[in-house]
Design a protein around this ligand. Structure first.
Ligand SMILES: [Zn+2]
Length: 268
């Protein structure tokens, strides 16, 4: 995604609103410690859906890194589905900019640049500050409880060193707010922006910083119970902090060291 034209506010996804990804917003309570997306009762899951969801989540949770290749044959074997179904999933993911298809060279996880970060965070501020403003003072006790539960689960996951889970819960907090707002277009836009945010965090996050610090989510919940100006301002502050945590490309250096570690340790 380095070269590209696609990092502005994305077009709404071409999927139907009831496709699986929308249901990942998890408005039902999420079981403590669960690493499985909330059950999608009544939503049929095809082979292509399973591949789609697994890759989307893996990008979101940063288990797939920027630039990583996604080979059809390997995925087909992993998921025990045909290459045709894998291709369908990859095409849908590419349409939604979660991965990119390289001409005659298969698929890979995009490598967003710091310039892309500016575009992504601008778009997130537009969407999410508005969501926060409009939600302020309107959330039911049950909705507030859902957000509190997500923030508490995220803190707990982080404390236990379950980083993938903490990252996912942190994304779900933002998705849950958008879902509670109730505008499906804003929800789709946000869903389109979160994978790139995760990839940017993988590449450029300042070492030692967290993704979404859970206490910021607690502050957001407090602001949501005040007024639109406070809620919008708190969301802006949170997104600004996230954007400012992106500085040095740390991943390549770490990967290189890991690569050579194996050679240094191998017995002669
Ligand atoms: Zn956050």
């Amino acid at each position: 995604m380095t070269d590209d034209r696609r990092m502005g506010v994305p077009l709404p996804r071409k999927t139907k609103p009831d496709k699986p990804i929308q249901t990942l917003t998890g408005l039902t309570a999420i079981p403590e410690g669960s690493s499985v997306p909330p059950a999608r009762a009544g939503v049929p899951s095809t082979g292509a859906d399973r591949v789609y969801e697994a890759i989307y989540q893996a990008v979101l949770e940063r288990r797939l890194s920027p630039g990583e290749r996604l080979r059809e044959q390997e995925l087909a074997e992993q998921f025990n589905v045909s290459r045709t179904l894998v291709r369908q999933a990859l095409q849908r993911l590419a349409q939604e900019q979660v991965i990119e298809l390289l001409h005659n060279r298969g698929a890979r996880v995009p490598i967003p640049s710091l310039e892309d970060a500016g575009s992504v965070f601008d778009a997130r501020r537009v969407v999410e500050c508005e969501v926060a403003r409009q939600l302020a003072g309107r959330l039911s006790a049950e909705q507030l409880q859902t957000l509190q539960h997500l923030a508490a689960s995220e803190t707990e996951a982080d404390r236990q060193g379950e980083h993938a889970l903490a990252i996912r819960l942190s994304g779900e907090f933002h998705q849950a707010m958008a879902h509670m707002h109730g505008n499906p277009v804003l929800t789709r836009w946000l869903n389109g922006l979160l994978p790139t945010t995760s990839l940017l965090m993988s590449r450029f996050k300042r070492q030692g910083g967290q993704v979404c610090v859970a206490h910021r989510h607690v502050d957001l919940i407090a602001a949501l119970q005040k007024n639109p100006a406070a809620a919008g301002a708190e969301m802006r502050k949170h997104l600004n902090e996230l954007e400012q945590s992106l500085t040095t490309p740390t991943t390549p250096r770490r990967q290189l060291r890991d690569v050579f570690q194996a050679y240094r340790d191998s017995p002669e």
